[in-house]
Design a protein around this ligand. Structure first.
Ligand code: IPD
Ligand code: CA
Length: 255
């Protein structure tokens, strides 16, 4: 399944590249800032066709509308183009994210980014980023940590995210906002950022990155918030408790 995920993620990354060269149409989804392109849809079609050709009985969930029931214990959870707002502008913060759940647990993840860097992880078998072993940051204090985060598309959710960031930012070294949750997660898996948190990402933003962070030896926590969104935290073990405490001080539910 890992090999199939790698082949399909590379195929989707080729579709991204060709789209940037040839041009593409763009339309709006939930709001004027939530965009989808024909490239998102073409990449999802290619991934779904590839899964069906080799594993027709698995379930599949994709951001651009795929929701197939299966008869095996396996579900593929795919974001064909995570970071569409980056993609339409030619900003490099986008990637394809293919996660695989077995019995509801994320166990395999493959992410290929706009630079062609591939990150992959299999539970119990470690993670690779650009062919080298990935492991989370060994930093021990938040005050010198760089955290990745992201912001949703709904103005009401953003207002809350801005309040949280305003409390977190003075207490850490810096924030990175790449524009793709899957990219942020693999950056946390490999120590390129020290940890990642975000409220309100979707299953297809999380599944592959979660499997990769855990395969690399990091931890991922999801905590339901009163508004119904989930807080996602991906962190090296030693930063998890201090980070949750800080997010709690910033107003998020942490237990
Ligand atoms: C978005 C990106 C972004 C995150 C948003 C997601 P999309 O996905 O992952 O980083 O902050 O919550 O919706 O819409 O570009 O596929
Ligand atoms: Ca996404």
């Amino acid at each position: 399944m890992r090999d199939l995920a790698v082949r399909l993620a590379e195929r989707a990354a080729d579709i991204h590249r060709q789209g940037r060269e040839r041009g593409f149409t763009v339309s709006e989804k939930s709001s004027a800032t939530d965009l989808v392109t024909e490239v998102d849809r073409a990449a999802e079609r290619a991934i779904v066709e590839g899964i069906l050709a080799e594993r027709p009985d698995d379930a599949i969930l994709g951001e651009e509308g795929t929701d197939r029931a299966g008869t095996t214990s396996v579900r593929w959870v795919i974001d064909p183009l995570d970071g569409t707002a980056s993609y339409v502008r030619g900003h490099p913060g986008y990637c394809v994210s293919i996660g695989i759940e077995v019995d509801g647990e994320a166990v395999i993840g493959v992410v290929v980014d706009s630079r062609g860097v591939r990150t992959e992880g299999v539970r119990g078998a470690g993670a690779l980023r650009g062919g080298r072993p990935a492991k989370p940051s060994d930093r021990t204090d938040l005050a010198t940590s760089v955290l990745a985060t992201g912001f949703g598309y709904q103005p009401s959710a953003r207002a809350l995210q801005a309040v949280v960031a305003s409390i977190v930012l003075p207490r850490i070294a810096d924030i990175r906002r790449m524009g793709s949750a899957a990219w942020d997660l693999v950056a946390a898996a490999s120590g390129e950022v020290d940890a990642y948190y975000e409220v309100g990402i979707a299953p297809w933003d999380l599944c592959a990155g979660r499997a990769i962070v855990e395969a690399a030896g990091g931890v991922v926590r999801t905590i339901l918030q009163p508004e119904g969104d989930e807080l996602v935290v991906a962190s090296p073990r030693q930063l998890l408790d201090p980070l949750l405490a800080l997010l709690g001080e910033a107003g998020l539910r942490i237990a």
